[in-house]
Design a protein around this ligand. Structure first.
Ligand SMILES: Cc1ncc(COP(=O)(O)O)c(C=O)c1O
Length: 440
């Protein structure tokens, strides 16, 4: 036993992806949320320009979702899903399939985006083994990809800082180049014109490793966490063609793009490109209870089930897989999405969003603006010798002025709840312009 902690001490909580020392010297706290707003302890509203962490798609504290969680907690607080089941998990999996492409509808529940990626990668490997191709073990990720922080996702991911301190990671992984090319595509509205050919690098990796050793390619259809990298026109289609040609599975990590962010249920429908596996999380239940999921094609699922030589077909799962509260929240979330037509709403608002964001083209320090659906990226010229400093300062001042933005490197990334009003879009853009104006 150590000393009783001081009440309200900030020391014990080791905060994730946060400069702990700086935060604890100058904390920013919120204690309540409703609709488009967070509220500070003093009751000051903060307009949520980022849906929390890209996850509160339906806006905060939707009464229907809150009520569903309350009810579920009072009925069945917990039940595992190993060799025993509860109806909410089956019902939620069934309901999710209505948003998924045809025959991509076998759903495995997890508790986060990171776990959904690990699960997707393991399913891909298990599939190749099950169909008698155990040598197909390589996983291909992409530079500047973010697939969470667990070992598989970190390895296929492409963020140097996230990888460099954690040893040799998972073997047999290689990377495609990222598609970000400001020299040709700056200020693109929607998908950039140039860069479909970046997908052809997969041919080079196939020549290097041979397709008989490659299990799967994983990409975010739109990379969010590394600064809103929108795929060039034709890029995802080309990747799909090459994966099919070489008998390689294609995994879409839709942790950010899932659940209406682009104005369609998933990016797969938006781009009309069908992967074999989809990882998802975040907005799956409006981020009210930790949850993620993987959707696998029938081919992948049925092959693993049929080939199994043991009663358990896939040796994988979590204590919290399909937690009753998470499933109840998910079912209510899907109802809210439908009743409030939030995916359609995102599609309808997207042109206004695009216009508003691109009005920042001439704002101080801005070197690129990009957008798709209700996602926006504003790239700033870094301060000489001090990368990220300018964006971090912008983040702090925006918060003081009542706006939550997200910054990654020197990029402001925006992803408001799909319930946002046009006047609030204007508020986001006006605040960012005035903050950038005053910033050195
Ligand atoms: C594409 C993608 N995959 C995975 C993750 C990891 O999700 P989580 O933080 O829930 O583990 C994220 C988080 O932002 C993400 O954007």
């Amino acid at each position: 036993m150590t000393d009783t902690p001081r009440p309200n001490s900030l020391d014990a909580f080791w905060m994730p992806f946060t400069p702990n020392k700086a935060f604890k010297a100058d904390p920013r706290m919120v204690v309540r949320a409703d609709g488009m707003f967070y509220y500070t302890p003093e009751g000051r509203p903060i307009l949520d320009g980022t849906s929390g962490l890209w996850c509160v798609a339906a806006g905060h504290n939707q009464p229907k979702i809150v009520e569903a969680i309350r009810k579920a907690a009072g009925e069945l607080d917990y039940a595992g899903n190993f060799n025993m089941g509860h109806p909410l998990a089956f019902e939620f999996a069934n309901r999710l399939t209505s948003l998924l492409p045809d025959r991509l509808d076998r759903v495995f529940f997890v508790n986060s985006g990171s776990e959904s990626v690990e699960t997707a990668l393991k399913i891909a490997l298990a599939y190749q083994k099950s169909r008698g191709k155990p040598n197909k073990y390589r996983l291909i990720g992409r530079e500047r990809a973010y697939h969470g922080v667990n070992f598989g996702g970190m390895t296929v991911g492409g963020i140097t800082r996230n990888r460099m301190n954690f040893g040799p990671m998972v073997g047999g992984v290689d990377h495609l180049p990222h598609t970000h090319d400001i020299s040709r595509n700056a200020f693109s509205r929607g998908q950039p014109k140039h860069g479909a050919e970046y997908a052809d690098t997969l041919e080079r990796l196939v020549q290097l490793h041979d397709a008989s050793t490659i299990a799967a390619v994983i990409v975010e259809p739109v990379a969010g966490s590394t600064g809103v990298l929108v795929p060039p026109e034709g890029y995802l289609q080309r990747l799909r063609e090459l994966c099919t040609k070489h008998d390689i599975l294609l995994i879409f990590d839709e942790v950010i793009t899932g659940f209406g962010r682009l104005g369609a249920p998933f990016a797969t429908q938006y781009f009309d490109v069908k992967p074999d596996i989809i990882s998802m999380a975040k907005a799956i239940n409006n981020a009210t209870v930790p949850m993620g999921a993987v959707a696998a094609s029938r081919e992948v699922h049925d092959t693993i089930i049929a080939a199994s030589e043991t009663p358990i077909e896939l040796f994988h799962g979590y204590t919290m897989t399909g937690h009753p509260l998470a499933c109840a929240a998910g079912l209510a979330t899907l109802e809210v999405f439908k009743e409030q037509r939030l995916f359609e709403r995102a599609a309808e608002l997207a042109p206004y969003w695009e216009e508003a964001l691109h009005s920042l083209r001439d704002a101080r320090h801005v070197i690129d603006v990009r957008n798709l659906g209700l996602i926006g990226g504003i790239e700033l010229e870094p301060r000489p010798g001090k990368p990220t400093a300018r964006a971090l300062e912008a983040f702090r001042i925006c918060f003081d002025k009542g706006l939550l933005i997200r910054v990654t490197g020197d990029i402001i990334a925006l992803s408001p709840p799909l319930v946002i009003e046009k006047a609030q879009i204007d508020q986001i853009v006006d605040t960012i312009r005035s903050v950038l104006d005053g910033l050195e």
